[in-house]
Design a protein around this ligand. Structure first.
Ligand SMILES: [Zn+2]
Length: 431
């Protein structure tokens, strides 16, 4: 529980004898309010949300959240990358602030908790501080990162990557669905010409904390209400181009075929075999496959596919990629195709700070909540922030481990628990 010492009175207001708890009903209302931006026409909360980063829907939702920030007495500020920050002064404003937040964009047909919970809980914390006239020693700053989910050429963590100074050269000139990334950033109030100014230098923030749904099923399965993330896995993408020869499906004998889809099928199975050949929690997926010409009566001449590999250890991922590459060469020879495998985006793994993990754990315990350490198999803005500040993440259970789906759900009680742990954590860090 937050000690009286953690708070300094903002004015002549006395300190609360019992530190406040976040208003669980209001947090739920906020999540329900936000869900209408991007809800399918005629649908309900249970039908999920499509709130693609940089879209009109995203822009109206961002406006809604910025109004909540104003109601919380904190003026929002949009940086050059389109990230929204809002700050509550501390008693000693020359000290680096404690930063906390998440994102509000979604995948197509996504759920109402991924990103939304952490973002709205963060704004609620500022609101609660305002209502109770409470002040910490360090400033507090909430953030809503721009376009966390993949949009441009499959690039994710767009806003936080800019803040970490990790955009690729020329990335803001890339075009997706007819929209230049620079123009997309401008649409949401950013300034692509000054994108470098969005960069956060190490030391600017004291710590970064993110509350998020687990998106896996381990906490829900074991009935543990709070997860303390020890690290976020690296995500490596490889683009594969397989060239065979398109030919008549009726007149070409089986022995004479150079079928790119046969090669792709064998490679897909090889990915599974290589990934499961050594112990550990690494995962590998062929999730995207484009077959050309993709016609019933033509032998596939070309297949583009993606291989995605995830683990906390980059060395292990390099080892696995090399083995897959060797298998690809063999398969190309056997199927008389060519297989070209190119390393794409690597979001490096990020370890949570040991000190921040301890603070989260004691916050949970002081609230009488069980907590367990676990890695995150999903990518998060927090992994970018880990490159500029000590980072910590709080997970709450996802029912049945379902996410990136309208069926994504976290019990309201668990949402409130997570928000309370976030609140206690940032106040302890800012003390
Ligand atoms: Zn998310």
């Amino acid at each position: 529980v937050i000690s009286r010492r953690s708070f300094l009175a903002a004015s002549a207001l006395p300190l609360a004898a019992t530190p406040p708890r976040l208003d669980a009903a209001r947090l739920r209302n906020r999540i329900e309010d936000l869900s209408v931006f991007g809800r399918p026409r005629g649908g309900t909360f249970a039908d999920g949300v499509s709130r693609i980063g940089y879209s009109d829907t995203d822009i109206t939702a961002r406006r809604f959240v910025m109004n909540l920030m104003r109601e919380a007495g904190a003026a929002p500020r949009i940086d050059a990358a389109g990230n929204i920050f809002c700050r509550r002064d501390g008693a000693e404003n020359s000290l680096p602030a404690v930063l906390f937040g998440s994102h509000i964009d979604s995948v197509p047909d996504g759920g109402n908790f991924d990103g939304d919970l952490g973002s709205l809980a963060s704004v609620e914390i500022l609101r609660l501080m305002q209502e109770h006239g409470l002040r910490t020693r360090r400033p507090l700053e909430a953030v809503v990162w721009a376009c966390e989910e993949a949009t441009f050429r499959g690039n994710s963590l767009n806003g936080s990557r800019a803040a970490a100074g990790r955009l690729r050269p020329g990335e803001i000139e890339e075009v997706w669905a007819g929209l230049r990334k620079a123009d997309a950033i401008r649409r949401i109030g950013g300034d692509p010409e000054r994108i470098a100014e969005a960069r956060i230098s190490p030391g600017r923030y004291h710590t970064y904390v993110e509350l998020h749904i687990e998106q896996g099923g381990t906490l829900a399965r074991d009935g543990v209400p709070i997860g303390v993330v020890d690290g976020i896995v690296s995500i490596d993408r490889h683009d594969v181009v397989i060239r065979g020869m398109a030919n008549h499906a009726g007149t070409t004998p089986m022995a004479d075929r150079q079928d790119a889809l046969i090669a792709a099928s064998r490679l897909t199975l090889a990915v599974r075999e290589v990934v499961t050949a050594e112990p550990g929690s690494q995962v590998g997926t062929v999730g995207h496959l484009a077959v050309t010409p993709n016609a019933a009566n033509v032998i596939p001449g070309l297949v583009n596919l993606t291989i995605e590999l995830r683990d906390l250890s980059s060395d292990k991922l390099d080892r696995i990629a090399a083995r897959i590459r060797a298998r690809a060469e063999a398969i190309a020879g056997e199927t008389r195709t060519s297989i070209q495998m190119t390393a794409g985006l690597r979001n490096p793994s990020a370890l949570a700070d040991a000190g921040v993990q301890k603070v989260i754990e004691s916050a949970a315990h002081s609230l009488g909540l069980r907590a367990r350490r676990l890695p995150s198999g999903a990518g998060h803005d927090a992994q970018m922030m880990a490159t500029v500040a000590p980072m910590g993440m709080i997970f709450v259970p996802s029912v049945a481990g379902i996410s990136h789906s309208p069926k994504e759900f976290t019990a309201w009680e668990d949402c409130a628990h997570g928000a309370d742990v976030l609140f206690q954590t940032v106040v302890a860090l800012a003390a």
